[in-house]
Each structure stands twice: as structure tokens, then as C-alpha cells.
Design a protein around this ligand. Structure first.
Ligand code: IMP
Ligand code: MG
Length: 182
């Protein structure tokens, strides 16, 4: 039987570790947005698992929406050109937006999204990212809530893919080099 776990070099964060950290992020967000009109915006598809778990830890009223973006280029390398595949369903004027991202790498995707959403008169826009790959940052984006600082490796699992696969791994791990370099 083919087991996708065999392609993982190292488990970086177990299900238990992720769950604990995501609950902490939910608690911090609930505290900071108390009394505010919060709209959680998941960035498809990578943040789907994180978004689902995160909102369960948010105890204040909030709304949920999704955007889908894609950057052209090879699967393991972000190209810098961002395209909107799915926009928000509703108006964001006057709302406090919290963008949920799986992983911030060069920051290109988020700096584009921020610019795009800022033009629509939201009350505030902040970012929560499960993983932060600081070493590779090219664009200056402020990540208000960050789950874990990850090394510069190719990460998969917990919603995060390589060539659309591995999203269903319940943990976060680094992918074996021979998988993405073949
Ligand atoms: P950025 O625009 O360079 O910050 O790239 C952000 C997007 O690239 C993330 O939302 C992911 O979809 C993808 N990405 C960046 N690093 C990784 C990785 O290590 N594994 C899987 N996807 C990644
Ligand atoms: Mg993404």
C-alpha cells in the first residue's frame, strides 16, 4: 500500500502540538477583537484545515469568508504574480478583517492581498499565519498572529500541499527533497 507518510522527511509539528497552538491563537484573537465586527477570511486552499480549527477556538461572534488566489509558476516556487480565483462573497466596508494564511514564505501573496483588500475600506486588516518562513521574506508584511516559525524547507500537511497532495496529513512535516526535485 502507498502511504503518503513515507514521503515525509521529518514531522515538525504533531497533531497535539498544532491543536494546542491553534487554541492559543483563537484565544488571543477572541480577546483582541472583543466587541468588534470580525470577518475571518481563509485563503484557499492551504488554510482550510487551519481555518476550520481556528474558528472553533474563537469565542466571540465572527463571520467567515474565503478567497482563492494563485501565483503562477512551479509548484515549489512562488512566482510573484498573483491572481484572484475566488473573491469574497460579501462587502467588507467597516469590518475588521482577519486573513488566515497557511504559510507566509516570500510574502508576495499576502502583500498583494493586503493591497487589494485595503482599497475596499475595511476597518482594519490583520494576518494570522500558521507558519512563518521568515528567512525567505521579500515583501514587508506584518504577521500579527503567527503559529510557528519554520525552517526553509518544503512543508506539507494540515492543509498544505505539494502539487495538490499531502493536504490530508494530520501533522506538519518537511517533504523529502527527492519528491519535489524529481
Ligand atoms: P509567498 O507568496 O511566497 O509568501 O507564498 C505563499 C504561498 O506559497 C503559501 O500560501 C503556500 O500556498 C505556498 N507555500 C510557500 N511555502 C510553502 C511550503 O513550504 N509548502 C507548501 N506551500 C508553500
Ligand atoms: Mg496559500
Amino acid at each position: 500500500m502507498i502511504d503518503i507518510k513515507n514521503d515525509v522527511k521529518e514531522v515538525l509539528y504533531s497533531e497535539e502540538v498544532i491543536s494546542k497552538r491553534v487554541k492559543e491563537l483563537g484565544a488571543a484573537i477572541s480577546k483582541d477583537y472583543e466587541g468588534k465586527d470580525l470577518l475571518v477570511v481563509g485563503v484557499l486552499k492551504g488554510s482550510i484545515v487551519f481555518t476550520a480549527d481556528l474558528i472553533k477556538g474563537i469565542t466571540i461572534p465572527c463571520e467567515l469568508d474565503f478567497m482563492a488566489v494563485s501565483s503562477y509558476g512551479k509548484a515549489s516556487e512562488s512566482s510573484g504574480i498573483v491572481r484572484i480565483l475566488k473573491d469574497l462573497d460579501n462587502d467588507i466596508e467597516g469590518k475588521h478583517i482577519l486573513i488566515v494564511e497557511d504559510i507566509v514564505d516570500t510574502g508576495t501573496t499576502l502583500s498583494y492581498l493586503l493591497k487589494y483588500l485595503k482599497a475596499r475600506k475595511a476597518e482594519s486588516i490583520e494576518i494570522v499565519a500558521l507558519l512563518n518562513k521568515e528567512a525567505r521574506r521579500k515583501s514587508n508584511v506584518t504577521v500579527k498572529y503567527s503559529g510557528f516559525d519554520v525552517p526553509d524547507e518544503f512543508i506539507v500537511g494540515y492543509g498544505i500541499d505539494y502539487a495538490e497532495k499531502y493536504r490530508n496529513l494530520p501533522f506538519i512535516g518537511s517533504l523529502k527533497r527527492e519528491i519535489y526535485e524529481k
